[in-house]
Ligand binder design. Sequence first.
Ligand SMILES: Nc1ncnc2c1ncn2[C@@H]1O[C@H](COP(=O)(O)OP(=O)(O)OP(=O)(O)O)[C@@H](O)[C@H]1O
Ligand SMILES: [Mg+2]
Length: 510
Amino acid sequence: MTSLAPAPSTTDAVRVTGIGKRFPGVIANHDISFTIPAGTIHAIVGENGAGKSTLMKILYGVQKPDEGSIEVQGEKVSFSTPSDAIARGIGMVFQHFQLADNLTVLENVVLGAEKLHGIGGDARAKIEEISSQYGFGLDPDELVETLGVGERQRVEILKVLYRGARIVILDEPTAVLVPQEVDALFDNLRELKAEGHTLIFISHKLDEVLKIADDITVIRRGTTVDTVKPADVTSRKLAELMVGSELPSPSTEESTVTDRVELEVRGLEVVDAAGRPVLSDIDLTIHRGEVLGIAGVEGNGQTELVEAIVGMLHPSAGTMRLGDQDISSWHTRKRRENGIGFIPEDRHRHGLLLEAPLWENRILGHQTRPPSVKGGWLNRRGAREDTERIISQYDVRTPGPDTTAGALSGGNQQKFIVGREMSSEPVLLIASHPTRGVDVGAQAQIWDHIREARRNGLAVLLISADLDELIGLSDTIEVILRGRLVGTFDPQTVTPQDLGSAMTGAGEEK
Ligand SMILES: Nc1ncnc2c1ncn2[C@@H]1O[C@H](COP(=O)(O)OP(=O)(O)OP(=O)(O)O)[C@@H](O)[C@H]1O
Ligand SMILES: [Mg+2]
């Protein structure tokens, strides 16, 4: 029987058998096998470096497998490029959005797919049709730069649907979203599923996975270990499947906040190129041994706050003190040399040289201090040894210090940066999303490292989209909205929902 109706069919959307993929010194995938029934939501979970992104890139034609076979809708396929995958109805939404800010929604969607519906009225009609069908609420003429994170993600999904995808891959789509946006995304995904689409998504947030997935495939060290139903597992059980052993329980911590002020910011103001304020009247104080968490929807001034404290941009007003020194006029290097550690939000732009080996990346940002220098010269040996120490202490999964940073999986790049910044024994750590893209086990390890340093007096400014992390690590939480600090919360009593409301200004009209 043939049917054009989008009702769930009995055929499998994707069937993967014996997939293998090697990189120099690394077996990224071996003997990966699983099946995704059409019209279902399929989650892929696994530790950092387990091979999830590699597998998705193979499914989307970005990388070629060394062995194994892929069937799409019952037919054997072999992809050399993403265009081959798109032709088979597969689309992919990458974690790092690939949109042009200075173009409109319509222009972004149509770019590279002009042949489908042109660039005029037909294209617009198609975009409006998709947007309203799935409740995306996107205006084709809006500039992408004015859109929030959740909306940008919907543009990415729209782009993929516009190209006719029936199977949509999303690599860590929820990492950048606040809880309300995650709910909205999940509504969209359910809607897509109801229309017969097949969704494949990767996430490190296991409670979300349990909420949305029909089936969950667990990958451990490059191979599939099981496919389970959410009803049959807990997030703890899932985590244990991922690691292959039992997880330690998280410990609760008492306060280590002292009365010695480490960072004091007064009246900070930053304006953009057009002279509009992006940060106004920011006052904040962080004591030794204190973690100050900043909660906010991305794009509300967090980036500017961090860059102003690190010295990457010049405030139009305000003062900053580190310990008993006024650092307002210091440049970045001097601030770093005086003990400001920095975990940047964009690890590719500010954190790593992807083409360079890890040991050179160890030196990056720490060029003037041991173990990177000795008697005024670069100390390669010292840097290499310290890189090996970071690799082992922070459990960075890699063949060794000579591997390039770009060859590490996303989560392992992140672990390396955290290790490097903690190694310089900072007095103040500016941590932007320190565990973004990091698996639950490694996340707990990073939290332990931060807590230990905090016990020894480290002051931390923590910016995170992960509200559980903010609540679990912070001694105080401030909410930032449209460039202002709009509320102070006690992590002992606040809920993620409370924070979510404050962050979106939902409580404002009260
Ligand atoms: N282009 C590459 N060159 C060399 N090694 C690579 C390359 N891409 C991935 N790898 C290696 O393959 C392994 C799997 O990486 P992959 O990115 O698939 O992991 P992942 O499961 O997506 O992890 P994460 O959760 O951290 O994103 C890792 O050891 C990684 O270092
Ligand atoms: Mg990945």
